[in-house]
Every structure is written in C-alpha cells, then in structure tokens.
Design a protein around this ligand. Structure first.
Ligand SMILES: [Zn+2]
Length: 394
C-alpha cells in the first residue's frame, strides 16, 4: 500500500461515525461512460466478458422518441448531457456537439446536484473527450474536486484507480472514447471488437478496485453504473441519426436494477421499432445515481427519467399533444398526482394511464407525474392549433 493510501485509511478510521454498525451505508457511485458502444457488438464478444459475468445489464434507448419533443440527435454532446442531467436536450439545451453549448443552468448535472446536497462530497470527472468538461459542463462541474480532460483511455483508467484508491471518491464519472474513435475509422470488425475487449477489461480493473475498496470499508455501499452516449449505424462507422441501431444503448450495473430495466413497459400507441420505447431511456441514469446517493428526487427538478433503483413511479410518461393528453404506464393501486408548471392540477388513479388537460397543449408545459414519491416529467411540444378558416381573409 502506498503511503498516501495508508494515510487515507488512517484518516477514515479516525473519522467519527465510521463504525459500520452505526452507519451501515455510506453511498458511493462510479459512473463509467463508454463512448459509442453498440450493445449487440459488445454481446457478440461471448460469455466471458465482465459485462456478462459480473454485471446486471439491459438494453435502453438514446435520442428520445422520434417525432416527439424529446427527440435529439444520437451524438455525443446530447448523449452525455442527457446521461449526466436526466433530461432530454429540449431541457438541457445541448442539441449538438458544438463547443459553444453549455448545459442549461435550470437543469444541472449530477455534479451540481450532488455538490448542493452534499457540500463535502468528493466529486471527479475524468474524461478522454474534452468537450464534456471544457464545454458542456464548463460551469457545471467547476466545483468538482478532480476534473481531467483530454486524457487517453489508459490515462483515464490510471487516474480513476488513483481516485478510487486514495480519496473519498463519493461520485466519480469517467468517459472512455476509443471504441467510438475506432468505430469511426474502421466500422464494425476486428478492430472494433478489440476496442470493446479492451474497454471490457478496463471495466474489470475498475470493478476489482471497487471490490478491494468494499473489503477495506464494508460500510461503503457502491453503485457502479455503465452506459454509452449512443449506438452506431448499420456499418458501425457513423451515428447521429434516428435509426434503431443508433438509438440502441445499454445500461449495466453491479446492483440488480428495478423493473424499469428488467420488464418491458411498452407505450401502446408508439412502441417504436422492435418495442424500443418500452426499454428504459438514457434519462434513467442520473435519477438512479441521485437516489443511490441518498437524495430525494424532487418534482421541481423536472427529471424525465425513471430511476432504476427503488420504486419506478409512473413509467413511460408522455404527451399526446393532438389530444391534449398525458399518458403513462402503471399497475399501481394508488393515486398519482399531476403537476403542471409547478402547480398540482389533478389526482387520478395510477391505473387510468391517462389524463386530459382541459386547457389543451397549445402551449409548452412542464408536467410532472408523482407516484410512490417518485416524480417523472414530460415537457410537451406546443400542439398545432386547430385549422380555422377566417372569413375576413377572403
Ligand atoms: Zn462518435
């Protein structure tokens, strides 16, 4: 053990409240971001991967719902911003890879939310693709204790192992970029497979480190969550469009996740290609991390995603603008509370699965559905006004 690690262990041992019997749970989260990893290709590596051997995983979707207000390009900027905020680009505002874009301060990322709730938390953002830290999160991750940008994947891993070994490491986000770069250069094939194998073995090293740390500090409760910003097109070279392959992503975790990941819940009127929209969305990662870290999800945060730990609340909340109707999926017996632009407007049986706004949806509104203390939000697109022939115009 290096001296720094030893001192850190002594420091923790001297902290009051470190007795595991008194504090059985000290939440920690590691979010491993893999850029541009196509799940089908990852699965084709066989059964000996860390993904299959050591993680719970399921398919998910990026890019929002085609034709709805959540639709966004399957690009890295919008993808990482959505993973880190829990909302789509119609809220966070990062709708391309342009370095001039910043996350809308009204929809802060995990870094700002955790800093506000846990002022002493040790937060790290260690990325290969610099734009995440130097553009989109420029102000947002400003208060992070470690912020490293433009590292090679090897350097990202080395730095992360240091953080996990020598610091409180309350929340650590990392991004590995090589699978995406190699995909752009070569498409699918041997080199892309090698890049995925390498990323998988790096995940293995990080999981080993977390296991080692859990043995050292049994009071720590570790969530490791892994996802990707977008899928890839048919050939594996490109992404950005709305095809099923480009929208297909995955979410993996060291913890078993709830029904949102394990049980398909299909929006009946718009299932998407191969029931894609019955899967969890990319917006689910942020609320999962926040809940694990002990924060109560607040309706006013307008988070679009369903958390993957604990109660799901209403699933697949969505707006049907033409009918002025909210829809959702739920088998719960209780009542669901609906807020519109911050005010409670209705309480309806959760099983109803729909509610019509008497004022229609000609304006943009922020709706929140609260069930089992779990909020889920939807921002509608202003509905087209009914076509009226004005006689005066003749
Ligand atoms: Zn790319």
């Amino acid at each position: 053990m290096r001296l720094a690690s030893l001192l850190f262990v002594l420091f923790l041992a001297l902290l009051p409240g470190c007795d595991p019997a008194k504090h059985p749970s000290r939440p920690k989260a590691l979010f491993i971001g893999l850029d541009g990893v196509q799940l089908a290709q990852y699965l084709s590596l066989g059964d000996a991967t860390n993904l299959k051997q050591r993680l719970y995983y399921g398919k998910a979707y990026a890019g929002g719902i085609n034709g709805k207000s959540s639709e966004q390009p399957t690009l890295s900027g919008p993808g990482w911003a959505t993973l880190l905020t829990g909302v789509w680009s119609n809220k966070h505002g990062v709708d391309s890879d342009a370095d001039s874009l910043r996350i809308n301060p009204a929809f802060p990322s995990l870094f700002k939310r955790l800093r506000q709730a846990l002022p002493n938390a040790y937060l790290s953002s260690i990325v290969n693709w610099p734009s995440i830290n130097t553009a989109f999160l420029l102000e947002d991750a400003h208060g992070a204790d470690v912020r490293e940008s433009g590292l090679s994947d090897e350097q990202v891993i080395e730095r992360t192992l240091q953080v996990l070994g020598n610091t409180p490491a309350d929340f650590t986000f990392i991004q590995l970029d090589e699978p995406d770069q190699i995909g752009h250069d070569n498409g699918y094939g041997d080199r892309y497979e090698q890049a995925l194998r390498k990323a998988d073995s790096e995940i293995g090293r990080l999981l080993d480190k977390v296991d080692q740390r859990r043995r050292m500090f049994p009071q720590e409760d570790w969530l490791v969550i892994i996802s990707t910003d977008h899928g890839r097109d048919y050939w594996g070279k490109g992404h950005g469009s709305a095809s099923e392959q480009e929208k297909s992503i995955f979410i993996a975790s060291n913890k078993p996740l709830n029904q949102e990941l394990t049980e398909l819940s299909i929006p009946a009127e718009m299932p998407g290609p191969d029931n894609l929209y019955g899967l969890p969305a990319q917006t689910s990662v942020a609320p999962t991390v926040l809940r694990h870290m002990g924060l109560t999800l607040q309706p006013e945060w307008l988070l679009d995603g369903t958390p993957l730990l604990g109660k799901t609340g209403a699933r697949k909340a969505r707006a049907d603008e033409n009918k002025g109707r909210l829809r959702w999926n739920s088998n719960a017996n209780g009542y669901l509370t609906i807020l519109k632009n911050g005010h409670v407007v209705a309480q309806v049986p959760a099983r109803d699965g729909q509610w019509t706004d008497p004022q229609g949806m000609e304006k943009q509104n922020d709706y929140v559905l609260v069930l089992d203390d779990t909020p889920t939000a939807v921002r509608n697109r202003p509905a087209a006004k009914a076509f009226v022939i004005e006689e005066s115009s003749y």
